[in-house]
Structures are given as structure tokens and as C-alpha cells.
Design a protein around this ligand. Structure first.
Ligand SMILES: *Cc1c(COP(=O)(O)O)cnc(C)c1O
Length: 382
């Protein structure tokens, strides 16, 4: 058991600012005007971050980020549409799984987790298959922390006249998204990543023109994005019970982002990323991505000497956990890597604690050997 507050180095949920946690003390009524004001403030603030004008609208959804992804896909993709899913990690795969579950026509353009989505390949697929109506991609694929070429892919979708759907779950709030300079059709994110709020609310920012009785084909009741939007527009209320405390925390998180700015938040996360890489590299931990592809959101590290497999990872995880540090608890077998998040209220001193394991191993006489030195060299995955 963790006796004191764990320190999260995970890409969501994350360490929250005290004022965000403190903002959850009021018990508001879900249909009371005080809560309708919270809802209105959140929708407006999210849209402002995206620099999205009156031709866009924001729909909030109860649940984690995946709920909003499924709400968008299952409400707005028709049986006669076809989605090109660009995938270079688990979140691209999840989108494809959701479409399979709803039997939505789609094709997948798949890459290994250390390769960005190729604009050329996406363009060729759109050219060769005119029945494709939607382009789906992940902004920052949290599997590796890789950044996909957002602006280029959006420009491609516009040029080809297909609807763009962006999963910006782990990037929105820390990496600039600007609907005026680089218009998107639908962008999905959630409160518990770079907006630094607790989990429980996800959302889509989308063109109003997409929300019509003709274009919406809801396949579930609870994830009916169109009906949820109509409720927000008509009464300012959520259809079923909203997470009232989480909503207040999200509003507080959005206010804090307004003060920090997206650029300021980006810089704070990048400083944590650089500190992690600089601190762990001498101990044989190497990011699997080259620096130009590495986002400031999370880092996938590999260390073939100290953390060669899932069993060794469990040992490393337990060591960090004993120091009250939680990293993402899964080992990615194919790339032999594990993730450390750079987002949230991480204190620079926490980074130092991630180094203690390797040093303890060394004192016990375990390394560094040649394999560990090799692991310190960045290498591409096959
Ligand atoms: C976190 C995340 C999601 C959603 O995951 P949930 O567990 O449902 O919150 C989707 N896409 C990306 C890129 C993410 O980082």
C-alpha cells in the first residue's frame, strides 16, 4: 500500500495542482443554474484554447477519452462512409477496434510505434480510393510519445475534401491547435491529460455543420453526440447525471491553463522531458524516438541491460513504487520499452528519484556492461 500521496509520472491521470483538487468541494445540483454556468464556462474555454470560432461547437461527454472517440465515430460515421485510420500505436488501434465493433467501414494505414504517419502514404491512399470520406489520426500517439504531422494531415484532408478526425487526447492544451490557421473538422480530447483536471470528462470540438439530424446516425443512446449537443444548446444541461465535482475541477484547470498559456505549458513539460532524458541516459536508458519526433508529453525508454523484459520491468516498477513514484505500469513487448509521462504538476526533484534504481543496481555490481552501453545508443525498431 502507498502510505502517502503517490507522485504520478504517467501520461494521464496525472499529478494535479492543489487549487484544482480544492475546487471539488462544492456539491452542485446537476440542473441548477450554478452548474449550467460551470458547463458553459468549460465549453467556452475549450473552444478558446483551440481558437475555434462560432462555426465550431464543443460537446462534453461523461467518461474517459475513449468515450468521446466512440461517441464521435458511432454518431457521425455513416454506413456508407469509409474512414482511413492512420495508426502508429495503441490509440490508432483502439479507434479501429471501435469501428470494427460498430461495423463502420474503414481501412488502416499502420506503422510501427517509432515511425510517424507518412503524409505521402496517406495521400496515395486517399487518391487511390475515392470512397474514403474521413481521415482519422492521432496527434500525439501516447504509446511512444511520437508527434504525427498534424498541420500537414489536416491540409491533406481539406485538399481531398474528406472530414478530418483528430485524436488530440494527450496533446491538446500543451501543443498548439489553431482552428483558424489549421482548420480541423473534429478534434477529440479529455480533461485528464494536458488540461490537468481529474478523469471523468472528455469532449469533441467540431464544426457545427456536422451536427444535423441528417448527418447524425447515433448507434447508442448514452454516446449519442448529437443528442448530447442538442441538450447543451437547448437547456445548457447534460442529458444524464454529469460528474459535477470533476466539472468544477476541469473549470479550475482551464483557468490555470489560461494563465500559463499553451506555450508556457509546453515549455514546462519540455523541461521535464529534457531533465528525464538527461538524467536517465547516462544510466543506459534511451528514448526509442529521435529527438525531432519526441513530444514533451511522454517518453518511451528502453534499457536492454537493466530493463530487458516484462519481469525486469516489474522489478523497476516496484522499486519506483516503493519511492512513491508511479510510471505507466505496462511494458511494451515489441519495442521493449516503457513509458514515463512528462505532463501534470511534476516537480523536478521527482526525476532524480527515477535514477536511484540503476545506481542501486550498480552498487550491487550489476553493470554497466556492454549491453547497457549499447542500449544508450538511440536505435530504430524493426
Ligand atoms: C489517453 C488517450 C486516449 C484515451 O484513453 P482513455 O483511457 O479512454 O482516457 C486516447 N488517445 C490517446 C492518444 C490518449 O493518450
Amino acid at each position: 500500500m502507498l502510505s502517502r500521496n503517490p507522485r504520478l509520472l504517467t501520461p494521464g491521470p496525472l499529478a494535479l495542482a492543489p487549487e484544482v483538487k480544492a475546487s471539488m468541494q462544492s456539491d452542485l445540483g446537476s440542473r441548477d443554474m450554478a452548474f449550467r454556468e460551470v458547463t458553459r464556462d468549460i465549453r467556452r474555454a475549450i473552444q478558446d484554447i483551440a481558437n475555434a470560432g462560432p462555426d465550431y461547437t464543443t460537446v462534453l461527454m461523461q467518461g474517459s477519452g475513449t468515450f468521446a472517440i466512440e461517441a464521435v465515430l458511432s454518431t457521425l460515421v455513416k454506413d456508407t462512409d469509409k474512414v482511413l485510420v492512420c495508426s502508429n500505436g495503441v490509440y490508432g488501434e483502439t479507434a479501429a477496434k471501435i469501428m470494427r465493433r460498430h461495423r463502420l467501414p474503414h481501412v488502416v494505414l499502420a506503422y510501427p510505434i517509432d515511425a510517424p504517419v507518412s503524409l505521402k502514404a496517406a495521400e496515395a491512399m486517399l487518391r487511390e480510393d475515392p470512397s474514403i470520406t474521413h481521415l482519422y489520426f492521432v496527434h500525439c500517439e501516447t504509446t511512444s510519445g511520437i508527434l504525427n504531422p498534424l498541420e500537414e494531415l489536416l491540409a491533406l484532408a481539406r485538399a481531398r475534401g474528406v472530414t478530418s478526425i483528430v485524436d488530440s487526447m494527450s496533446a491538446f492544451g500543451a501543443i498548439e491547435v489553431d482552428a483558424r490557421r489549421h482548420p480541423f473538422d473534429i478534434l477529440i480530447s479529455s480533461g485528464n491529460k494536458c488540461l490537468e483536471a481529474p478523469p471523468g470528462i472528455a469532449f469533441a470540438i467540431l464544426r457545427r455543420a456536422l451536427l444535423t439530424a441528417q448527418s447524425a446516425v447515433p448507434r447508442t443512446y448514452t454516446l449519442d453526440l448529437f443528442d448530447q449537443w442538442r441538450s447543451f444548446e437547448e437547456s445548457g444541461e447534460w442529458r444524464s447525471t454529469p460528474p459535477t465535482h470533476v466539472a468544477q475541477a476541469l473549470r479550475a484547470g482551464l483557468r490555470s491553463l489560461e494563465q500559463e498559456t499553451v506555450a508556457g505549458r509546453h515549455a514546462r513539460y519540455a523541461a521535464i522531458r529534457d531533465r528525464l532524458v538527461a538524467g536517465l541516459r547516462p544510466l543506459g536508458f534511451a528514448p526509442i524516438l529521435p529527438p525531432q519526433l519526441q513530444s514533451p508529453i511522454c517518453i518511451a525508454f528502453r534499457n536492454d541491460a537493466l530493463v530487458p523484459d516484462a519481469i525486469a520491468f516489474a522489478d523497476y516498477y516496484a522499486h519506483l513504487r516503493a519511492a512513491r513514484l508511479l510510471i505507466y505500469a505496462r511494458f511494451h513487448e515489441a519495442s521493449r520499452s516503457f513509458r514515463i509521462g512528462c505532463i501534470g504538476r511534476i516537480e523536478p526533484g521527482w526525476v532524480e528519484a527515477t535514477r536511484a534504481f540503476a545506481r542501486a543496481r550498480r552498487r550491487a555490481g550489476a553493470g554497466p556492461g556492454p549491453a547497457e552501453r549499447r542500449a544508450a545508443m538511440p536505435e530504430r525498431l524493426s
